[in-house]
Design a protein around this ligand. Structure first.
Ligand code: ATR
Length: 274
């Protein structure tokens, strides 16, 4: 019988998760079904209980459920506990175990596909929302020289950074206060691109030869790409590689084996230019 999986979110129509996971399952010889479920925040608790009762093996979570689902899990793995967010649920007898593969996916894409090391680098992370929260600890584990997290206003970013101080050299800034500082790697974890916008960043923050990486992909990536190009970035990448890598980490949790990501990423690139 096929193992049952699903991705839950709102909106969910455009999720690439089924396509990616079906490709991985085929590679690994797993017989699966993979559904896409539109779930409103108020329905999350009942939906998770029902899907556990119905025998699902694993669930992927996307916006807006990543934070709320942590409190609904019977076990929480360190990456999800530290991030305060989960994108991956794995079946346990008593309920769901929450994990988080977003940060590991980002680090894998940076290092394996793009050959962008983080160790010893000055790294700037734009944004202080859920996406930033999910990747902070895995980035710090790579031992950057410094990780600055910046947002439009000081309050939310200072609160976020305070939670991660114990994990490495991280500090908070506003976008404006970045003036005069330079970074080897600039990561965009804001959702501004979804409104076709780019945060207003002080000029000159990208060091010569520096790289720019966007956690967004598709249309939402366009404003950051334009900004990165205007700053003469040596490398500009979207988040499609991270999407595939976080899914591969999830497949590893579900099946105990890691699929190959390069062919799946290449096939998505064929469909989604850049
Ligand atoms: P997510 O949960 O996906 O991270 P979010 O919480 O809606 O998404 O937003 C993430 C970040 O995008 C926030 O930090 C927000 O910036 P501020 O902290 O400065 O408010 C940022 N963001 C959203 N829209 C933006 C815009 N138009 N310009 C600049 N930053 C924006």
């Amino acid at each position: 019988m096929a193992l049952r999986f699903a991705v839950l979110g709102q909106p969910i129509a455009h999720s690439l998760s089924p396509q990616i996971q079906e490709a991985f399952a085929q590679q690994l010889g797993q017989h699966i079904s993979y559904e896409k479920l539109e779930v409103a925040p108020g329905q999350l608790k009942d939906t998770l209980a029902r899907m556990h009762a119905e025998g699902y093996t694993g669930l992927a979570l996307t916006l807006p459920h990543k934070v709320a689902a942590v409190a609904l899990a019977v076990e929480v793995a360190d990456p999800a506990r530290i991030a305060g967010a989960t994108n991956a649920l794995i079946r346990r007898d008593a309920g769901w175990r929450a994990d988080n593969t977003d940060g590991a996916g980002l680090v894998r894409d940076l290092k394996d596909h793009l050959k962008l090391g983080i160790a010893g680098k000055r790294v700037l992370l734009l944004g202080a929302g859920g996406a930033a929260r999910g990747v902070l600890k895995p980035l710090l584990d790579e031992k950057p020289q410094q990780l600055v997290v910046s947002s439009r206003t000081p309050w939310n970013v200072e609160q976020l950074v305070a939670e991660f101080k114990g994990h490495g050299p991280v500090r908070a800034s506003t976008h404006i206060a970045l003036k005069g500082f330079q970074f080897d790697l600039v990561l965009n974890a804001t959702s501004a691109g979804q409104q076709d916008r780019m945060p207003r960043i002080a000029a000159g923050v990208l060091a010569p030869g520096g790289a720019c990486y966007d956690l967004n992909y598709g249309q939402a990536h366009a404003p950051f790409r334009a900004w990165a190009q205007s700053q003469d970035a040596a490398v500009v990448a979207d988040g499609l590689g991270m999407l595939v890598e976080q899914a591969a980490e999830m497949a590893q949790l579900w099946y105990g084996r890691r699929p190959q990501t390069a062919p799946v990423l290449a096939s998505l690139r064929g469909q989604h230019a850049r």
